[in-house]
Design a protein around this ligand. Structure first.
Ligand code: COA
Length: 374
């Protein structure tokens, strides 16, 4: 048996940002246009008018101030309201592979390793831009990695589930190392025309390099323990898929082809699920709240993180005990906790312990207890 360790992480951040002010201006222009076009039906009571969105609501409800996106112009055009991404040829890298490659190269550089040192690539994300071939295999080819690669999808929990899969394979000896890559183009499955959720997501890619402790080139995070759990729920759902063409209304612009959620129910049901999951995981590993220097939580909502932080640590988290990046990135699905880990782990000293946790659709929750080793 080998000890799996994290020796490097990388984050690809797109160039474009959208502030809440820009987002709300675009949404309100779209709503005004919609209401003008449907004035008669709204007047007759056959259709509801679209109410305005508000910056104040977005910040108070979520803590989000801005988000990064691959394409800004389409999202902010009241006549379009989704990203505009060019069709790539089959002989050029796909967008997810390109984003993932950038993050993967950064993770390898941080680990002091090259493609020759990688045994497997897992592309773990909440959406794949095509059915096959696997995006992971494309990333493997772009990197020049031997071995094997596969895609996996556990929505917002994909990164921690991917880390568990990689860590278990390293531990058993079936691979020497793995890159877990999380390219998230959330802007393409978000419904920007729905004010209940139009502020939630952003785009990003993260990567985590996991290898045997004896191969680590320098200080690293030992993966002490991982735990994954799922419990079926329809409260976060997207019905898009390969059966679409076969259904009576085919490829029609249907609301359920994009992200849908019962936000209140998610809030109410996921919080106890995650808090209990972490408490049980820590209990079984004999890790006390006082042993934890930091929580790197999934980045969906500030109030949710405050609640989980308090429940796990037993007090309101001090600055630094539970860093949030969602104010700048919004919810980036599986990548969120890894961005937080990547940006806020350099100050760890030998023996310091932290916990990475992601959670979301499924429902799904994954936690990883790590210890800094110098
Ligand atoms: N601007 C202004 N008002 C808005 C609005 C907007 N953009 N969006 C919704 N509202 C209104 C609602 O219509 C509602 O009005 P009503 O009281 O007259 O019905 C009111 O604000 C409250 O809406 P609600 O959806 O209940 O807000 P909330 O406090 O529950 O916050 C979420 C919404 C989505 C931020 C919150 O529920 C949440 O974070 N849930 C968990 C999300 C999550 O983690 N999802 C995982 C995704 S992977």
């Amino acid at each position: 048996m080998h000890t799996p360790v994290i020796t490097g992480t990388g984050v690809f951040t797109p160039d474009n940002t959208i502030s809440n002010a820009e987002l709300v201006t675009a949404f309100n222009a779209y709503a005004d246009k919609f209401n003008a076009e449907h004035a008669a039906a709204i007047e007759a009571g056959d259709m509801d008018a679209k109410p305005h969105s508000s910056e104040d609501f977005i910040f108070k409800a979520s803590g989000i101030e801005s988000r990064y996106v691959i394409n800004k112009s389409g999202i902010l055009d009241p006549d379009v309201m989704h990203p505009l991404l060019r069709q790539r040829g089959d002989d050029e890298p796909s967008l997810m592979a390109e984003m993932g490659l950038d993050a993967a190269l950064k993770a390898l550089k941080a680990a002091g390793k090259s493609a020759d040192d990688v045994g497997a690539v897992i592309c773990a994300a909440s959406n794949m831009e095509r059915a096959y071939p696997a995006v992971a295999i494309e990333i493997q080819q772009l990197l020049g990695v031997q071995g094997f690669a596969f895609d996996m999808n556990v929505a917002c929990s994909s990164a921690t589930f991917g880390i568990q899969a990689a860590a278990d394979m390293v531990k058993s000896g079936s691979i020497k190392s793995a890159l877990v890559v999380n390219p998230e183009i959330c802007s393409a499955h978000l419904e920007w025309r729905d004010r209940d959720c139009h502020f939630i997501f952003g785009d990003v890619a993260t990567a985590t390099f996991i290898e045997r402790e004896e191969d680590a080139a320098g200080s690293h995070f030992k993966i002490k323990s991982t735990r994954c759990a799922t419990d079926f729920s329809n409260n976060i759902r997207n019905n898009n898929g390969f059966l679409r063409r076969s259904r009576p209304d085919g490829v029609a612009d249907r609301r359920d082809m994009q992200f849908m959620q019962n936000g209140r129910k998610v809030f109410k049901e996921v919080l106890p699920l995650v808090s209990a999951h972490i408490a049980e995981h820590m209990g079984d590993e004999n890790v006390q709240a006082t042993d934890l220097k930091r929580l790197w939580l999934h980045q969906a909502n500030k109030s949710m993180n405050d609640f989980i932080g308090k429940k796990v640590l037993g007090h309101n988290p001090e600055p630094g005990e539970q860093p949030n990046i969602l104010q700048d990135y919004a919810n980036t699905s599986s990548a969120g906790s890894i961005i937080a880990f990547s940006k806020y782990s350099d100050d760890f000293e030998n023996g310091d312990i932290g916990l990475i946790c992601s959670f979301g659709a499924g429902y799904s929750v994954g936690s990883v207890i790590v210890e800094r080793c110098d």
